[in-house]
Design a protein around this ligand. Structure first.
Ligand SMILES: [Zn+2]
Length: 235
């Protein structure tokens, strides 16, 4: 049995060089065994990554089959309750979320997010058409919440897109955005239900968010704390 003169690793009899440090093996007492097969494969074989187009076709087929099956089931069982419209709408929404980014390369993030938000809005509009007083509910309550949520998602996408920000800043911004969304959500719900604004639960959420953000900002500002956080949480 030979050992590498450089790093000391035990060498197989068929090795021409150390597998770790590539130092050539020269042992006059034990020449390299050129007849036995090496104990590990010499060529690397990799499974090629799945093509995005195939993935897009697969996803489209899955969503389409779910939509068609539900549509047929609805027509056969209870045609008067058109519940399958919700499933078909959801399938179209998920398709808009997942498939265009796979097929269109280099599609800018704001355009992608805008498409996703429009898809959510259209789906909720589809639902609202089947709910009593639906269109009013959609325009008065759902649309403002979707637009606010969409604006926040767009803002987060643009701010966190380039990855230059530290994880601490990213977490701080996301927590702040969650607080803002809950604040506006309660504002719109109150305005829709009671025609006045009496903040309750959103204030609790905003307070919790603020209580998390303040220490995060302090940690980010103080270099010693920042280093400690980086070490402890492996950032
Ligand atoms: Zn070695």
């Amino acid at each position: 049995m030979s050992y590498c003169v450089n790093c000391g690793v035990e060498l197989d009899g068929t090795a021409h060089a150390c597998p770790l440090c590539q130092t050539p093996v020269m042992n006059p007492r034990q020449p390299v065994d050129t007849f036995s097969p090496p104990p590990f494969p010499t060529r690397r074989k990799e499974v090629p990554p799945v093509s995005k187009r195939i993935l897009a076709v697969l996803l489209s087929a899955m969503l389409a089959s779910a939509a068609v099956c539900c549509g047929v089931l609805n027509l056969v069982l209870k045609p008067e309750l058109h519940w399958s419209v919700f499933v078909i709408g959801a399938a179209i929404m998920v398709w808009i979320w997942l498939v265009p980014p796979l097929l269109l390369r280099g599609i800018p993030l704001p355009v992608r997010l805008l498409l996703d938000i429009v898809a959510v809005g259209l789906y909720v509009y589809l639902i609202s058409r089947d709910v009593r007083g639906g269109t009013g509910w959609f325009l008065g309550l759902a649309l403002p919440i979707i637009l606010t949520g969409g604006a926040v998602v767009l803002f987060l996408g643009l701010v966190l897109q380039n990855g230059k920000r530290s994880i601490l800043s990213g977490i701080t911004i996301v927590i702040g955005a969650a607080g803002a969304v809950s604040f506006f959500a309660e504002l719109f719900v109150d305005r829709w239900l009671y025609q006045c604004w009496t903040p309750e639960w959103s204030l609790i959420v905003v307070t919790i968010c603020a209580a998390l953000i303040v220490p995060l900002i302090i940690v980010r500002r103080v270099p010693s704390l920042r280093e400690e956080a980086r070490r402890r949480f492996h950032m």
